[in-house]
Design a protein around this ligand. Structure first.
Ligand code: GDP
Length: 297
């Protein structure tokens, strides 16, 4: 990642080496490059602007132009700031799922990868942490989605709540809670219904489910390739339902992942995991360093 940014800022720093000193104008030029890199990675304008301003202030504060290796120092400040915004506080994947059964609510728009992510995360909790997980789909509008989760459950060796036709999402959530408690499960994962767009019906249903389910974690699954839209979706869900974290899917795609920076800066919510493919083990804990490298391209 240092190489990427250094390359990008190469012109500026080449000149600097020849001059043997860095002027404020050189720093400004370098930061314009950083801004372009961020915008190209689909970081929102406001976030890119604030980010560059923060770096500018640090560069001035640390007197980089007078330092022995000013170019490298600017690169380091950019890198550290990026990682620090992305990281937020605490380890990304530390879910609050002690005190069994802990309920996790999975929310998001249809097509974001919510069901796939629910199963991937169940597999991870089951295999890496030895948790007994119960899956339940609340997507009463799409029987196929309910079956999809049950099939994935079978694939990964995790139980799912038997499907009973005609129940409402709230009724399923209640039954799932009871089953999780009686069956001695550690974690209950509720895969809520998604819709193509955020609307009142969707939010009302998710709120009703949340009130019944009392989740310890409410994870929003969003498509990492959708840039600013992903951030808008997160802001809406957080305002209406309250989310505890985000999973960015399709980070295996061509996108540079700027949504991650905007997401963290705008919503303040931690990105906990990233989806890296369709397979059941294509889910990783979010690593700020790696995403920072991609964003700076
Ligand atoms: P839902 O409607 O939000 O539940 O979405 P699904 O879980 O059904 O996923 C929609 C499609 O996206 C499926 O074909 C998934 O295999 C695919 N998908 C989910 N997550 C990822 C990911 O991280 N990377 C890629 N490449 N595809 C994904």
């Amino acid at each position: 990642m240092f190489e990427n940014l250094s390359e990008r800022l190469g012109g500026v720093f080449d000149r600097l080496t020849k001059q043997g000193a860095l002027t404020d104008a050189d720093v400004a030029t370098a930061l314009r490059e950083v801004r372009v890199a961020l915008l190209e990675a689909d970081v929102s304008l406001g976030v890119a602007r604030d980010f560059v301003k923060a770096v500018q202030d640090k560069a001035t504060g640390q007197g980089v132009t007078k330092s022995v290796t000013p170019g490298q120092q600017v690169v380091k400040i950019v890198h550290d700031e990026l990682v620090s915004v992305l990281r937020g506080e605490g380890p990304a994947d530390a879910l609050k799922i002690d005190n069994p059964p802990a309920t996790m609510l999975m929310v998001g728009l249809q097509g974001s990868g919510k069901t796939t992510t629910t199963a991937k995360l169940a597999k991870r909790l089951h295999e890496k942490q030895g948790k007994r997980v119960l899956l339940a789909s609340l997507d009463t509008n799409r029987p196929a989605a309910m079956e999809q989760l049950a099939i994935l459950g079978l694939q990964i060796g995790v139980d799912s709540l038997p499907i009973v036709k005609g129940e409402t999402a709230v009724q399923i959530a209640k039954r799932a809670k009871t089953q999780a408690a009686m069956g001695g499960y550690d974690v209950l994962m509720l895969d809520t219904a998604g819709r193509l767009h955020i609307d009142e019906v969707l939010m009302d249903e998710v709120q009703a489910v949340r009130d019944i389910a009392q989740p310890r974690e409410t994870l929003l699954v969003v498509d990492g390739l959708t840039g600013q839209d992903a951030v808008n979706v997160a802001t809406e869900f957080d305002g209406k339902v309250g989310i505890t974290g985000v999973v960015l899917t399709r980070m295996d795609g061509d996108g540079r992942g700027g949504a991650a920076l905007s997401m963290r800066a705008v919503t303040g919510k931690p990105i906990r995991f990233v989806g890296l493919g369709e397979k059941m083990d294509a889910l990783e804990a979010f690593e700020p360093e790696r995403v920072a490298g991609r964003i700076l391209g």
